[in-house]
Design a protein around this ligand. Structure first.
Ligand code: HEM
Length: 413
């Protein structure tokens, strides 16, 4: 139980900034809200750590508090006593989850992270950019109309295909669908049948990756670097190497689709940027960087107190959960000048949407590069971002802001 003297959520509804979109009910509903940013501003103006008694969470929204929480070793990525969610423990997806760098702390995390940072850090970004543009252009050429299926393939299938290619897997059109099934195990919103499918997908992906890592000939420079970085291949099933390779697919899948999708939304809502990018495609990297700040793909992450923690006037009891609102930190004026403005020429600054501290995203450069390649293909390929038939809504999620598109009227949806 947490302290009785907790500050409460500000009276948000009383001061709704927009009549078009009433404020989200809470910071989880904010993730898929059409415009959660006025609400996030109110969270930042409240106490550094705000107690939400309904969600049974502490909420951190200011950039300095977000950073302090992510840097604090007393706050861990999983609750002590439940390293794997009960809903998947004991099955193949749970076995993988238990070994992921993203979901572990201590030595298991340190060894896996070091290997992944070495592996991903050595990736040739220029080649990633070339292959993502090429793949995106090829997908666009295959589709006769710009419909929802095209955007879905560009956003979801291409990033995972590029990462699979880096890992040495042969091109496989079914991979994205299998990864989509697997990532259901990471979401608390998934119903039991989706979790069953996640176990099946985990088994299929494990088999593929085991075959790859056992192959006689060296499979890929990425795997070589990960193995020499500390994650040895092993016969044991599942092992750390295979689990963390699979983790690269799941970390890539929805988040990079969110970045690409939020880029499309930004161009649809800021038509002045379309002409600028068409005239100067080199600005696409800066555009993607600013999208990742302005409307990030990952809105929040969680930490759990493993001991009593007194911080910023709040007392966290062991086991208390903290919702770390990365998307609110992304618009904190303490870190960013004129944070509510989309600025292509913004000076470089660490992006809260990729996390910070010991779990910070080691795939940021790859994700941004893939998104640049895909969006460049759309911009130069004549995709009509201003099409009045283009609509989107956000995929149900408690942390990822991932638009799904459709076209009303003349297009297929
Ligand atoms: C736009 C796309 C992406 C976003 C927004 C994103 C965001 C994040 C965030 C916020 C974290 C930290 C979570 C936390 O501390 O609780 C994280 C961790 C991680 N990301 Fe990404 N990510 C993206 C793409 C990728 C890609 C493409 C890869 C690999 C190819 C990747 C690999 C990882 C890994 C392995 C971790 C765990 C690191 C650790 O726990 O030490 N991510 N990512």
């Amino acid at each position: 139980m947490a302290s009785a003297m907790r500050p409460t959520l500000p009276a948000l509804l009383a001061t709704e900034a927009s009549m078009t979109h009433p404020f989200p009910a809470d910071p989880i509903a904010a993730v898929t809200h059409p415009n959660p940013y006025p609400y996030y501003a109110q969270l930042r103006n409240g106490a550094p750590l705000i107690r939400d008694e309904t969600l049974k969470l502490w909420v951190a929204a200011r950039a300095d508090t977000v950073r302090a929480i992510l840097d604090d070793a007393r706050l861990t990525v999983r609750p002590v006593g439940e390293p794997v969610p009960r809903t998947i423990a004991g099955g193949p997806a749970g076995e993988i989850y238990a070994r992921l760098a993203r979901m572990t702390e201590g030595d298991t995390h340190r060894v896996a992270r070091q290997a992944l940072v070495k592996g991903l850090g050595g990736v040739d970004i220029v080649k990633v950019r070339e292959s993502s543009s090429r793949e995106a252009a090829a997908v666009m050429a295959r589709y006769e109309t710009c419909d929802a299926a095209l955007l879905d393939t560009l956003a979801f299938a291409i990033p995972v295909r590029i990462v699979a290619e880096l890992a040495g897997l042969p091109p496989n059109d079914a991979l994205a669908a299998t990864v989509r099934q697997f990532v259901a195990c990471l979401s608390p919103l998934s119903p039991p049948e989706a979790l069953d499918n996640a176990h099946t997908a985990a088994t299929a992906l494990q088999a593929k990756l085991h075959a790859l890592t056992r192959a006689e000939a060296s499979t890929s420079p990425l795997i070589e670097r990960i193995v020499s970085g500390g994650l040895e291949a092993s016969e044991e099933l599942p092992n750390a190497l295979v689990s963390n390779l699979l983790g690269l697919f799941s970390q890539t899948f929805e988040a990079t689709a969110g970045l690409i999708g939020n880029g499309i939304v930004t161009l649809a809502t800021h038509p002045e940027l379309i002409a600028r990018l068409q005239a100067s495609p080199a600005d696409i990297d800066a555009f993607v960087r600013e999208v990742a700040r302005f409307d990030p793909a990952v809105h929040n992450t969680r930490r759990f107190a493993r001991e009593l923690i007194c911080m910023d006037g709040a007392t966290l009891q062991p086991g208390d959960a903290v919702l770390v609102v990365l998307a609110a930190a992304s618009r904190d004026e303490a870190s960013f000048h004129a944070p509510e403005r989309f600025m292509l020429d913004r000076p470089e600054h660490a992006l809260p949407g990729f996390g910070a501290g010991r779990h910070a995203c080691p795939g940021e450069a790859i994700a941004r590069t893939i998104a640049s390649g895909v969006l460049a293909a759309l911009v130069t390929g004549g995709f009509d971002f201003a099409d009045p038939a283009l609509r989107w809504s956000y995929q149900p999620s408690s942390n990822g802001r991932i638009p799904r598109f459709n076209f009303i009227g003349s297009h297929a949806s």
